[in-house]
Design a protein around this ligand. Structure first.
Ligand SMILES: NC(=O)C1=CN([C@@H]2O[C@H](COP(=O)(O)OP(=O)(O)OC[C@H]3O[C@@H](n4cnc5c(N)ncnc54)[C@H](O)[C@@H]3O)[C@@H](O)[C@H]2O)C=CC1
Ligand SMILES: O=C(O)C(=O)COP(=O)(O)O
Length: 387
């Protein structure tokens, strides 16, 4: 039985994949698996018992991934499940940026009397907007969301620039260096994760490169923008409008800043898809050792044909594999089938075993766990019902 802790409110249907036969959902201080949406996972919650954290959503800045990696805890997420939701809100925000929609609705609400049509005709003069067509939009981050936003902006008739670390072959946008994107764009949309590299990526230097009157949209994370530099850029006229999905105290009441309460991925469709994918990922890792969509483990899949499976997660260091093989040989554990994959200096290996001797496997597990580069060793038994 694996103990699963649900860190946020999840619908019963979405956690159906966590079958009651193999899982026990409870609030416990030492769970083996965690399902989390936006709650912060505290460092002390990353205990030795914690095998996996499954994030419903994409950003993992609320989880200490480095600590999880050292602890051998896999961190899984659900890329793509909320991409359409964010894309649609970015389009709405671009339209809000060019058309005085809120002011228009407010002014019409204030109209009274039988001449409402004539009166609304009269207020139109001060409600003239702009069009997106023909303007240049620069997209920072060409992942699941960035690509979708790029495509729809192209379909809206915009010239689309994109910034990414590696080359992408996307017919609807031109990939450029960051400085070029900042210089040429009328609209800049942040769709990057928060990392050490992207923290305050938009600082004084970046704002100085921008055109006067640029409109900035932030759907990535708050800290990608240096707030003080942004306020100065607004004062200098570099930024005409800032629309962010991450409210900040220092922006309250600012007439050039629109704040949304982190609702980019907040649709019933995206939440349902994300929860289902996260619970499937968690179940497949706990039961079969399968890894899909992890930020710290490499992807790994192996048909579970033998009765037993050994999984090892270890630092990729010289001689480690020879040491593991020596332990297998010493305790007469014969490799049936195996898979081994690398990511960011770590290796994840699954070894299927046809037969084990209980006493010997226990000793082998202890010795493997004691190898310095090894972060996590697990012995899985083929679940009943799997052919
Ligand atoms: N406002 C909201 O509700 C939501 C916000 N997000 C945010 O948007 C981010 C992106 O989401 P997805 O597109 O789904 O993720 P993704 O993982 O598909 O894409 C992220 C992209 O950013 C790129 N990237 C990372 N560091 C970079 C750097 N230093 N320079 C250039 N490119 C870099 C990656 O290579 C990847 O292509 C998430 O990490 C999250 O912070 C995501 C979903 C909802
Ligand atoms: O997926 C992400 O990174 C998001 O920002 C969406 O977060 P949420 O799942 O809505 O708390």
């Amino acid at each position: 039985m694996y103990k699963i802790q649900l860190m946020d409110n999840f619908t019963p249907e979405s956690t159906r994949a966590l079958s009651q036969d193999s899982y026990f959902i409870e609030q416990t201080e030492r769970p083996n698996g965690m399902m989390v949406r936006s709650s912060i996972v505290a460092d002390q919650q990353i205990t030795r018992d914690l095998l996996a954290i499954s994030r419903v959503g994409v950003g993992v800045n609320t989880i200490n991934v480095e600590k999880c990696t050292e602890n051998g805890t896999v961190v899984l997420n659900t890329p793509g499940t909320n991409a359409n939701a964010v894309k649609e809100l970015v389009v709405a925000s671009l339209l809000i940026a060019v058309r005085p929609i809120f002011t228009a609705v407010k002014q019409v609400k204030e109209l009274r009397g039988s001449h409402i049509l004539a009166e609304s005709e009269a207020i139109r003069e001060k409600l003239i907007g702009h069009e997106l067509q023909g303007k240049t939009v620069g997209i920072l981050g060409l992942g699941s969301i960035g690509k979708q936003v790029g495509r729809i902006c192209y379909e809206l008739g915009m010239d689309v620039l994109g910034y990414a670390r590696s080359p992408h072959d996307l017919s609807f946008l031109t990939q450029v260096a960051l400085t070029e994107l900042l210089k040429q764009s009328d609209f800049i949309v942040i769709l990057l994760p928060l990392t050490a590299e992207t923290n305050h990526l938009l600082n004084d230097k970046a704002f100085n490169l921008m055109k006067s009157g640029t409109c900035l949209l932030n759907f990535g994370r708050d800290q990608i923008v240096d707030n003080q530099a942004l306020l100065a850029a607004i004062d200098q006229g570099k930024i005409a409008q800032y629309i962010t999905d991450f409210p900040q105290a220092e922006f309250i009441g600012h007439d050039k800043i629109i704040m949304l309460p982190h609702i980019g991925g907040n649709t019933h469709e995206a939440i349902k898809d994300g929860e289902q994918m996260a619970s499937r990922h968690l179940r497949n890792f706990l039961l079969y050792g399968t890894v899909r969509d992890s930020v710290n483990y490499p992807n790994a899949r192996l048909l579970f044909q033998a009765p037993y499976r050994l999984t090892l997660f270890y630092q990729d260091s010289k001689g480690i594999w020879a040491e593991i093989v020596a332990i297998l040989a010493q305790y007469e554990l014969e490799i049936g089938d195996m898979s081994s994959n690398r990511k960011n200096g770590n290796v994840y290996t699954m070894i299927d075993l046809d037969t084990i001797n209980q006493e010997k496997i226990e000793k082998a597990l202890v010795e493997m766990t004691e190898l310095v580069p090894v972060r996590r060793v697990r012995l899985l038994t083929k679940p009943v019902g799997i052919k």
